[in-house]
Design a protein around this ligand. Structure first.
Ligand code: 1PR
Length: 561
């Protein structure tokens, strides 16, 4: 039985619901810090930093938390767990900061300055499951084996320096760049990775920290000889998507289409002369199954969102609230992230408000589909000048680029040659052995909105580049032609887009067996691959995809039991 409550420093900037749920899952109660005076009384503070460094420091100052927090941390003898930005703010300063007179220094517990990953050398942000090289033994890592990876998502990192070397608990490498992945100085602990999103491994980190607080052993660390040339590897992620909608009986179900058509082919349960909506299960229980089976990430897509009007009615909010209680890997939610005007009340919700509701309900990332195509059209109309007003820009400014995924829904437009296709479209040669109905050997990928219902005169490569420019952090790249076919991912599309952008790309649509994962990771630059139908129908297990990846020397995340 826990003898103290965990003091949670939630300054209202993002999804701290999962941190709450993770602490609760470890058997501890939480007390929110709402008054600066609570800080000096706390037994253990958990600070899950979300957003940007500058805004975090600014909000701490505005709320009056800054000074008591500096005092709490000054002797490094009071228990503290900082997460992600909560680690970065422990350093002296960061490049992710307004320069000049408005600059607010960091908390200064750990020497050094936080800097940005070099976009010329690697995809930025660093998103996904990566390992850790141990520099010190600590009770915090008592239940965690070095083979288990943890989940990272960040564009800035803390470099290893002579001055901070003795505070390093673990380091990690990303595309050859070493950085500090956790620190401990006395009883002050912080992780760059997200324990609350790192599955059971992450829960074990939180448990290790809280137990050590409980029994007074937190500062009992011992230095280790570590291998300075050791490297860790970022795993290629397997994402499971759950397309969610209400069926003809009014139940919220996970469905799955063939080329985005989610109705049964046979004419029983006829609706408008067609079959009923396919029902493959309930969203929360199916997602929980995938968590247990080792999915690295789960995406819920509200596929009828183009019809819905009222934010309060969005069923996905409840789905996320429930799912985030027991699922501790990243959750993405998509469908309907745009501004709405309620036709009945006339009330308008901005895209930022809609996204904020989802983040508060437990989403780590939101995914924008149709609105990203509209934003690209506006960007082109303005000759590449950003308005600062698009949903992508606004949400990414407040929640960070890593929280903004763009879902692209293109379909192939075949061409006999490159000539004759409008120069503004990026034409690819079909080097995957496929061809058009008349033997065409080229195609471009035409973007659609409203779940494939409306085609736009704009290609997937253009949208991908534009959304990166607007501040998106990741691309979920579907292909309507391949969706539900089980014939493999659209490799020419995956290659074209992953070569065109420096943000991570998630390949989607068409997976039918383990080899398709090996193929897309070996032959294109995507960082993650998503499947739906084959997992829902239990045709292929997530772990057998990972085994096939490992056999082919593709890094896959180990799941601890
Ligand atoms: O436009 O911002 O409201 O977002 C709508 C979101 O809903 C987009 O992410 C869009 O992709 C999705 N969506 C809309 N209609 C459908 C549909 O199927 N009728 N689903 C739909 C798209 C794509 C993947 C699918 C993969 C893998 N589904 O989620 O799961 O293709 O399937 P497979 O492995 O079975 O081949 P907005």
């Amino acid at each position: 039985m826990a003898t103290f409550k965990v003091s949670l420093l939630d300054y209202g900037a993002g999804n701290v619901r999962s941190v709450r749920n993770a602490i609760l899952a470890c058997g501890y109660e939480i007390e929110d810090i709402t008054d600066p005076a609570q800080i000096s009384q706390a037994k253990a503070i958990v600070f899950p930093g979300v957003g940007s460094y500058g805004s975090a420091m600014k909000v701490l100052k505005e709320k009056g938390f800054d000074k008591p927090l500096r005092e709490y941390l000054s002797g490094s003898d009071r228990p503290y767990l900082g997460i992600c930005l909560g680690m970065q703010t422990l350093f002296e300063s960061s490049d992710e900061h307004e320069e000049g007179a408005n600059a607010i220094p960091g908390l200064g517990v750990i020497p050094g300055k936080v800097i940005k990953f070099d976009e010329r050398k690697m995809d930025v942000p660093h998103i996904g499951w990566n390992g850790r090289i141990l520099h010190k033994e600590s009770p915090v890592l008592k239940y965690v084996s070095p083979e288990e990876s943890t989940y990272f998502v960040h564009s800035y990192y803390a470099p290893i320096t002579e001055e901070n070397r003795e505070c390093i608990l673990t380091s990690t490498t990303y595309s050859g760049q070493s950085f500090i992945s956790s620190v401990q100085r006395g009883s002050v602990v912080a992780t760059q990775f997200h324990p609350e999103k790192s599955g059971k491994t992450g829960l074990h980190v939180i448990k290790g920290f809280l137990e050590a607080v409980e029994n007074g052993t937190l500062n009992k660390t011992s230095k280790l000889d570590f291998d300075p040339i050791a490297e860790t590897k970022l795993a290629k992620r397997i994402v499971v998507a759950l397309d969610v909608r209400t069926n003809d009986h009014g139940d919220l179900v996970v469905t799955k289409g063939d080329q985005y058509d989610v109705r049964e082919n046979q004419k029983e349960g006829v609706v408008d002369g067609r079959g009923g909506v396919r029902n493959l299960g309930k969203p929360v229980s199916l997602a929980a199954r995938y968590y247990e089976e080792g999915a690295d990430e789960i995406a819920f897509l509200n596929i009828t969102s183009f019809r819905e009007g009222v934010v309060e009615d969005m069923p996905m909010l409840q789905v996320l609230e429930q799912a985030s209680k027991s699922i501790f890997v990243p959750l993405t939610v998509g469908g309907g992230i745009r501004s709405y005007t309620d036709p009945k009340s006339g009330q308008t919700w901005s895209a930022l408000e809609v996204a904020a509701r989802y983040f508060r309900a437990g989403a780590d990332k939101i995914s924008i589909g149709s609105d990203a195509v509209h934003a690209t059209e506006s960007l082109i109309a303005q000759n590449g000048k950003k308005s600062g007003e698009s949903s992508i820009e606004v949400i990414s400014r407040v929640y960070g680029a890593q929280a903004v995924v763009i879902s692209i829904d293109p379909k192939r437009v075949y061409a006999a040659s490159k000539d004759g296709v409008d120069k503004k479209h990026f034409v690819v040669a079909l080097d995957d052995g496929s061809s058009g109905p008349n033997g065409e050997k080229y195609c471009w990928y035409q973007c659609t909105v409203k779940g494939g219902r409306e085609a736009k005169d704009i290609c997937a490569v253009t949208v991908a580049k534009s959304v990166q420019h607007l501040g998106a952090g990741e691309i979920m790249l579907n292909c309507i032609d391949m969706d539900g076919q089980g014939n493999g991912f659209d490799l020419p599309l995956m290659r074209a887009v992953s070569n065109a952008v420096s943000i991570p790309v998630i390949a989607s649509s068409g997976a039918g067996n383990e080899d398709h994962f090996v193929e897309v990771f070996s032959e294109t630059g995507v960082q993650a691959a998503l499947a739906a139908g084959m997992f829902h129908r239990k045709e292929v297990a997530i772990q057998s995809c990972k085994s096939a990846m490992r056999k082919n020397k593709i890094e896959a995340r180990n799941v601890c039991s």
